[in-house]
Ligand binder design. Structure first.
Ligand SMILES: O=C(O)CCC(=O)C(=O)O
Length: 335
């Protein structure tokens, strides 16, 4: 198969100077359809379960994927939350259907990531998220943060790339991200626990630049917003009538600390792994969630297929309770 094109040298330069780059045409929008269909099927599954339990009468089956969840939430906050929880927390750690993995491991995306990391040895992170941002509800609003705020401080100087992939056109109206450009080279800013919806937050005064300088990361369906782990970003409310569906995926060079070596030899009666496992998991920038090889020119036989991806994630979910806290941020003062 022909190797898909990397980012252009101009796009790579822009990324390193600005801390982000928006590539409008990474995918043919049709390539997002399998994931959109799978999500639509998962919504239908939960709607039918809620109906069978007598909690929901109007299923809104006539509405398309972009509108159905918004209507379910409008009718009943509890049902809307139940459906979102079903999607986001499916199998206790994020949506992990094959169609999601196919996006994470998509050759077109990995070719672009390789050009930003400047290596063909790429590790994918289980810290990927599905974000159904519903119209006019608060919990989709993500406060200012750098992804490094969630990662170990020892990885602050490493490059971990976030690929933000909208499944609908992302606009200012439906709450696309806001990005503070040219601010990714300094120290990681002070974050606080207890931001909106439980997210970490950088208070305006602790941001490396005036938030008024932020740019809206408008991105069409098929495009990708690439950001560094130290690029401050947030997202605003969705004022449209549809769900702003997106996924965010993370990648790093195989030379950056990871937990690939962590595979438990034994589990005790409480399901805890042996010490060696935790030591090897601890090395990673984000110890609790499984890293996996998504691309390797030197050792293609080590690249995880879907079964390996699921196996590693399930192992981590089973034994993850033993980790120390990732980062000791203070909590926002109330009042
Ligand atoms: O999707 C959003 O609104 C925010 C995404 C985000 O904060 C992230 O990908 O780190």
């Amino acid at each position: 198969m022909k190797t898909p094109p990397p980012l252009t040298p101009q796009q790579v330069q822009f990324f390193h100077e600005e801390g982000y780059v928006i590539a409008p045409d990474v995918f043919d929008p049709a390539e997002l359809e399998p994931l959109r269909r799978e999500l639509a099927a998962a919504i239908e599954e939960k709607v039918q379960a809620l109906k069978a339990e007598g909690k929901l009468t109007t299923t809104h089956a006539e509405l398309d994927f972009d509108h159905r969840l918004a209507a379910i939430y409008r009718d009943s906050k509890d049902n809307g939350e139940a459906v979102m929880h079903h999607l986001e927390g499916r199998n206790s750690g994020g949506f992990r259907a094959k169609e999601m993995f196919d996006m994470i491991a998509h050759p077109k995306l990995l070719a672009k990531v390789a050009s930003l990391l400047d290596t063909e040895e790429i590790v994918g992170s289980s810290v990927y998220r599905l974000r159904p941002k519903l119209p006019n509800i608060g919990r989709g609003i993500v406060p200012w943060h750098q992804d490094s705020g969630y990662l170990k401080a020892s990885c602050d100087r490493d490059l971990i790339i976030t690929c933000w992939v909208p499944l609908v056109d992302a606009t200012v109206e439906n709450g696309c991200m806001q990005i503070l450009p040219r601010t990714h080279r300094g120290e990681v800013a002070l974050h606080h626990n207890g931001g909106n919806a439980g997210f970490l937050v950088i208070r305006d005064g602790d941001l490396p630049a005036d938030p008024g300088q932020a740019i809206p990361a408008i991105c069409p369906r098929g495009g990708v917003v690439f950001m560094t782990n130290r690029t401050p970003h947030c997202s605003t409310p969705n004022y449209s009538d549809h769900v702003r569906w997106s996924i965010d995926l993370r990648y790093q060079s195989a030379a950056t600390p990871n937990n690939l070596a962590a595979t438990p030899a034994t589990l005790d009666a409480e399901g805890r792994a042996d010490e060696k496992y935790y030591e090897q998991a601890e090395i990673a920038c984000y110890p609790p969630e499984a890293d996996f090889i998504v691309h390797s020119k030197a050792h293609p036989e080590t690249v995880a297929d879907y079964a390996e991806f699921v196996r590693r994630r399930e192992t981590f979910d089973r034994v993850k309770k033993g980790y120390r806290s990732i980062r000791d941020w203070p909590t926002l003062a109330r009042g």
